[in-house]
Write a protein that binds this ligand. Structure first.
Ligand SMILES: [Zn+2]
Length: 86
């Protein structure tokens, strides 16, 4: 019979499951738990979303560098700082 793992155990090896790095037995335990625990299903969905957002952010690092900050914006910031008290 498939062992009932705790929510904590499931969360601990969630990333391994998503990477496909679990044994057949672990996968069965994982899916057995998910089939009965909507909390962990919701957690996994938000985890997947976070991972895909993280990948999207990483891809942005590969994007071309943004254009230079306009000179007049720099001047405006310096002027504003100079006008601050102190
Ligand atoms: Zn759970």
């Amino acid at each position: 019979m498939t062992r009932w793992i705790t929510c904590r155990e499931l969360i601990d090896f969630l990333w391994r499951y998503l990477e496909g790095e679990v044994s057949e037995e672990e996968r069965l335990e994982f899916e057995y738990h998910l089939a009965r625990c909507p909390t962990c299903v919701a957690y996994m969905n938000s985890y997947k979303e976070t991972v895909s957002l993280g990948r999207a952010a990483f891809e942005d690092l590969e994007a071309p560098a943004p254009p230079e900050v306009p000179e007049d914006l720099v001047a405006a910031i310096l002027t504003a700082r100079r006008s601050l008290p102190g």
